[in-house]
Design a protein around this ligand. Structure first.
Ligand code: G6P
Length: 610
């Protein structure tokens, strides 16, 4: 949520910042802006995408060896040129970019107004700029010290980069709740809200911790906490292939990420499965083996697509590890004073590892004494650092805002975890051992499922103008129905609902008429007959049925208008295949409707505010 880039060194800052903003645009795309220091602070900012800013600044003087840029996802103040970042303090001495929310901004603004400050924007960020300026002017202190004191007066979340005209040789950086990575180059630093704009310049990265401030010159960095105590930052090596950040011949990142799934799932399971012993090895959980074996209950917390993966996890853990599971929206869990007892294990699932609500849920669970695990994609992100242990899904960078390959890798990780804990607890059965083996076949079966692309283009053409969609499934396929509906509404803006197929009778059936497309996931499992009955109920009411079935199915063929056949696999692994045609369906419909697939309106990839 909001992308941040800063540069200080001997090269021209603007092209580096602009390129960084393009890489970060998936974090927010309401508006973009840069501040460059060359004697004076020059600010160029525009409502709209980074390309609008680029065009606007094309004939401007952008000479500078230090500066910062921002791509915004609006919180306070509608998207507009004025509300775009960077913001200047009233005197123009401080320029600031900010990711997060200053919750007590109204009180602070009132105070500053009474002291004669005026404001150009409706943002909380401009309030912070003037608060820093106020401490700076009245106390005769350094810019960094003014920032530190100001931040001690602020309630809320922030990732910040600040330039002070009076102290032109430094960038001041701070973090609470919103990630900040500092790339350490040779005589230069690149600062960003995640490592993606950094890795093309350097692989050495410092991840700032909450409540830390860094002062960065072109040759040095100093990190202190909000109490002015010097910290020893840890420089981490971040390995990220540059081509993983490019579209690689595809039209959209989402399309690339859908088609990458045979590889991303293979990467998630690589080195973790032993086909001879039919067992799973998860190095990240070794130290907590006993606690997992003795666990009384698992609470899975997540948001969005990760929450759907958690629902699949519920079925997996109950089946293979025989542990009671609760699945919680992190945003609900955190405010409910949840009951955590001895033996409870909280598992946070998050692609980005940065989602604010999921982070808050982790803090609460830790406070209450739970063992807290993470299942994350982004290495070095906040959640893996805040949890006791965990599993990386290794899906590679996911740039498309709508999550695809992270979902399948999360499900693969949850499947492995449930089988691993099943072994620890002695609940494994010959059937569950076969599932371990079957997991190895999944990447190839996903590849075959992707061959359905042409069929899905044809179906998309027929349904692209629909105004509603229903997605129905039972058991392991219920979360898949939810995920299919979410994908469609996120990127094509068609209203879609996912439901447990049997629940349809208790409401959604009233919606069915000859205009309602209904996607059934009706693969061969213990629910098959029941789902077929539900499907008949829809067909009888003239609903237009699109069914995802197991290869060779003959029964549904006679009932559904369209049938998509996916390879057979273990019933618990069906979500890994069944979700693929649903991803493709929403992708093609969105493209046909002319929607911006990678950057759907109002959404952001990583939601670092609550
Ligand atoms: C946002 C994204 C979703 C994602 C959700 C949770 O809403 O647009 O794609 O599923 O956040 O994000 P996380 O990084 O925690 O998985």
């Amino acid at each position: 949520m909001c992308g941040i880039v800063g540069y200080i060194g001997d090269r021209q800052a603007y092209p580096i910042i602009l390129n960084g903003l393009k890489r970060l645009e998936y974090r927010g795309y309401d508006s973009a802006g840069v501040a460059l220091l060359n004697g004076d602070i020059q600010i160029y900012k525009k409502k709209g995408k980074v390309s609008v800013l680029e065009e606007y600044a094309a004939d401007k003087d952008v000479t500078s060896k230090m500066g910062m840029g921002h791509t915004r996802w609006a919180t306070h103040g509608a998207p507009s040129d004025e509300n775009s970042h960077p913001h200047l303090s009233m005197s123009g001495n401080f320029a600031i970019i900010h990711n997060g929310i200053i919750e007590n901004y109204a009180t602070l603004k009132k105070e500053l107004l009474s002291r004669g400050y005026s404001f150009k924007s409706a943002t909380d960020t401009e309030v912070l700029a003037n608060l820093i300026e106020d401490f700076y002017i009245n106390n005769n202190i350094s810019a960094a010290e003014a920032v530190r004191i100001a931040l001690n007066n602020v309630v809320g979340a922030y990732g910040l980069v600040i330039i002070c005209k009076d102290e032109p040789e430094k960038l001041i950086v701070a973090r609470r709740g919103s990630p900040i990575a500092i790339g350490v180059g040779d005589g230069e630093y690149i600062i960003a809200s995640d490592a993606t704009p950094i890795v093309e310049h350097t692989n050495d990265v410092i991840y700032l911790n909450d409540d830390e401030i860094a002062v960065v010159t072109k040759n040095s960095h100093t990190v202190m906490n909000l109490h002015n105590v010097l910290q020893t930052p840890h420089i981490q090596r971040v390995e990220m292939e540059l081509e993983a950040l490019e579209k690689g011949g595809y039209d959209h990142f989402m399309q690339k990420e859908i088609f990458e799934q045979p590889r991303s799932i293979a990467d998630s399971i690589r080195g973790r499965i032993n086909p001879e012993t039919k067992s799973v090895w998860l190095g990240g959980l070794v130290d907590v083996r006993e606690q997992l074996r003795d666990a009384k209950r698992f609470i899975l917390v997540a948001c969005g697509t990760s929450w759907h993966a958690a629902l699949v996890g519920e079925y997996l853990f109950e089946e293979y590890a025989r542990i009671p599971v609760e699945v919680e929206y992190a945003s609900e869990f955190r405010y409910r004073n949840p009951i955590i007892e001895k033996g409870d294990v909280v598992i946070a699932i998050s692609q980005s590892g940065e989602t604010a609500d999921t982070m808050a849920a982790i803090h609460i669970a830790k406070e209450k004494g739970a063992l807290v695990l993470g299942i994350c994609n982004v290495v070095g992100s906040s959640i893996p650092r805040a949890t006791h242990a965990g599993v990386y899904i290794h899906a590679g960078p996911e740039i498309g805002v709508a999550s695809t390959k992270a979902f399948t890798s999360q499900v693969a990780a949850l499947a492995m975890m449930s089988l691993y804990i099943g072994d620890l607890k002695g609940t494994s059965t010959p059937t569950s051992r076969e599932v371990v083996k079957e997991l190895i076949q999944i990447p190839e079966k996903v590849r075959r499922t992707l061959e359905l692309n042409t069929e899905l283009i044809q179906i998309s053409e027929i349904f692209k103008d629909a105004t509603n969609f229903l997605y129905l499934g039972r058991g392991y396929n219920f979360p898949v129905a939810l995920e299919g509906a979410l994908k469609l509404k996120e990127i094509s803006y068609i209203h879609a609902e996912g439901y447990p197929a049997a629940e349809m009778k208790h409401g959604p059936i009233a919606l069915i008429d000859e205009n309602m497309p209904v996607v059934f996931i009706a693969t061969k499992d213990e629910y098959y007959e029941k789902v077929v009955s539900n499907l008949q109920e829809v067909a009888a009411r003239k609903g237009r049925v699109i069914a995802i079935v197991t290869e060779g199915d003959t029964v549904v063929k006679n009932l559904a208008e369209f049938v998509i056949e996916i390879p057979e696999t273990a019933h618990s692994l069906v979500p890994l295949l069944a979700v693929i045609p649903l991803q493709l369906l929403s992708y093609h419909i969105a493209v046909m409707r002319g929607c911006n697939v990678d950057q759907p309106r109002n959404l952001a990839k990583s939601v670092t505010v609550e």
